[in-house]
Structures are given as C-alpha cells and as structure tokens.
Design a protein around this ligand. Structure first.
Ligand code: UDP
Ligand code: MG
Length: 311
C-alpha cells in the first residue's frame, strides 16, 4: 500500500511565492512516485490580504493533491501549523514555509531517516544566518542561550519549523491545545527521537518577510513565558537579595552612628533607595501580570483558529 506525506504550508500574503513552491514540490513528487509515496499539499491561508487564496484555489482546480484551509482573519503562523496538522491525512507530516526557505530537496533524505533509521522526526536547523540583519541574529542567539538556561524544554538554536514527523508525533503536538503557542518549544516538550539536518540559510524566493524585529521580540517573550516560569521566581530572588543588602546596610549604619554620632544627612540616598525598591516591586508585579494575562487567555478556551472555507 502506498504511503502519503502531507506537506503543510502556512501562507500569509504569499501569492508570489506559491507558484514557485508548487513547481518545486511537483519536482519532488516525481521522485517520490518512484518509491510509491504520494505527496499532498495543504495550504493554510492565514487571512491573506492579497490573492493567495485565489492562487491556491486555482492550483486546487487542476490538482487533486492540493488542499486548502482559509482562516477568517490572520491568526498567525502557529495557528496555521495547528490547523494544518489537524487537517492532514498523511502517514507522515511535514511543515514547510511557502517562500522556499525550506529546501524541498531535503524531503527524500528526511523521509529515509524516518523509514530506515527509525527516527520519529527529522528537523532542520540553519547553521548560519546569512542575509539577516546583524542585530537580529545577535538577539536571536541571546534568546536561545537564555531560553535554554531558564527552561527545562530543549530549544535548539537556529531550528526551523521545517520538520518531517510521524503521525504519532503530530498527534502528540495536537494534544497540546494551548492558545499561546510556541511550536519550537512544543516540539521539544513532546520529545520523541529527532534527527537534525543542517543547512545554510536560503533567502526567500519572492515577496517579503512578515517578521519585523518587534514582532520577533514579542514572539521570544511568548516563548519564554510558555516554557519557563523563571521570571516568576525572579521576584522572590530579588526579594532575598534586597533583604541581604538591607541587613548589611543596617549593620553599617548602626556602627557608623555609634562611632561618629548621627548628623542629619543621607536623605538623597534614602530617596534613591525608595525609588529603586518601588521600581523593583512594580517590575515584579508586571511579570506576575504578564503570566496572569496568559492564564486569562487560556482559561477562555478560545479556538486557536477559525476556518472560513476549506477543500
Ligand atoms: N506566515 C503565516 N502567518 C503569519 C506570518 C507568516 O502563515 O502571520 C507564514 C508565511 O507565509 C511563511 C512562513 O509563515 O510561509 C514564514 O514566514 P516568513 O517567511 O515571513 O518568516 P521568515 O522566514 O522571514 O522568518
Ligand atoms: Mg521565510
């Protein structure tokens, strides 16, 4: 019996890239036909404002292996991934960007690693960040370093979402129904045996990136809060530190007063201390508030996406 690989493609304003992407997959499809494996494509139109949906529908018109889901608005790539996994029917599932930054030529190697070497998933990571702004790469590296220190879940630097996995692993991912999704962490959390392939960064084929620096920054905070509670512990540790400093200061002041008397001075330093402690307290409450906000959204149990049409 022939096997099927479902290719899930989250697409947001990708009218220019999708035709190239489709061509590239068709090439791969020929190779897979020889070993009796089918490739199906599932485009997830994430509320695109351009002609993405029309382009996909046109492909669907002449190719049975093309499927699509269209969201009622932009829900973000994470929601797209979730919807794609949910709708895919294949024995194996692979996530790919529409911009060909995830080279389809690796598919065969990935498939063989699962079939022959017994892995549950094959993931990819970029070994360099060529073509990316320097500041962005710098912050990205720092993020991964910090993340791995404060979280028990392993998050690999440079890991892309490009990953082939078994049905079993996909089901495990789908069983995590959280609203604030950080897929890179979810992969690590569900575990399974993963093989890593490395490749050089490839620049997108057409269109432009949807990730501004600010968006990425917010996404990194998302990741930290979804997979680590270290910032919450920060408040207690800062409290302990402050107590120690205060104890030392008290001893110092008492000894000084006994030895040199007590001239009325020192109010500027007092003001500074009050402002500092006040700031620290507000900061800690803020951290608490961030987690509370996330919890608030989770308890609402809102759907991760809303599908407007599909085929
Ligand atoms: N994407 C999406 N929803 C969004 C933003 C992006 O589905 O809100 C898709 C996008 O169409 C692309 C993939 O996610 O297929 C990666 O986006 P992009 O190439 O802009 O990110 P980069 O590769 O620059 O990190
Ligand atoms: Mg890209």
């Amino acid at each position: 019996m022939s096997e099927t690989i479902s290719i899930i493609v989250p697409s947001y304003n990708e009218e220019k890239s999708i035709p190239f992407f489709y061509e590239a997959i068709c090439e791969e499809r020929e190779k897979f036909k020889k070993i009796d494996v089918e490739l199906e494509m599932i485009f997830v139109d994430d509320g695109s404002k351009d002609r993405t949906l029309e382009v996909v529908k046109e492909l669907r018109g002449r190719d049975e292996q093309v499927h699509y889901i269209s969201f009622s608005r932009n829900f973000g790539k994470e929601a797209g991934i979730y919807a794609g996994l949910e709708h895919a029917t294949g024995d194996y599932l692979v996530l790919m960007d529409a911009d060909l930054q995830d080279p389809p030529s690796y598919l065969m190697e990935m498939y063989q690693a699962i079939k022959e070497e017994g892995y549950d998933s094959v993931a990819t990571r970029r070994v360099d960040r060529k073509g990316e702004p320097v500041i962005r790469s710098f912050f990205a590296r720092q993020f991964y370093k910090l993340m791995n220190k404060i979280s028990n879940t392993e998050i690999v630097d440079g890991a892309r979402d490009y990953r082939l996995m078994t049905r079993q692993m996909a089901d495990a991912i789908l069983s995590m129904k959280e609203y604030n999704r950080f897929t890179k962490g979810i992969y690590g959390w569900v575990g399974f045996r993963t093989k890593w392939l490395e490749y050089q960064n490839v620049e997108r084929v057409a269109g432009e990136t949807k990730w501004s620096f600010w968006k990425l920054f917010k996404y990194s905070l998302e990741g930290i809060m979804a997979f680590s509670t270290a910032p919450l512990a920060l408040a207690s540790w800062a409290g302990v530190l402050m107590c120690v400093i205060a104890a030392i200061a008290i001893v110092f002041i008492v000894v000084r007063a006994l030895m040199f008397g007590d001239p009325t001075s020192g109010w500027p330093s007092l003001a500074c201390i009050i402002i500092f402690i006040g700031g620290l307290q507000l900061f800690c409450i803020g951290v608490l508030g961030q987690y509370l906000a996330k919890t608030y959204l989770e308890t609402k149990e809102r759907p991760i996406y809303i599908c407007k049409e599909k085929a």
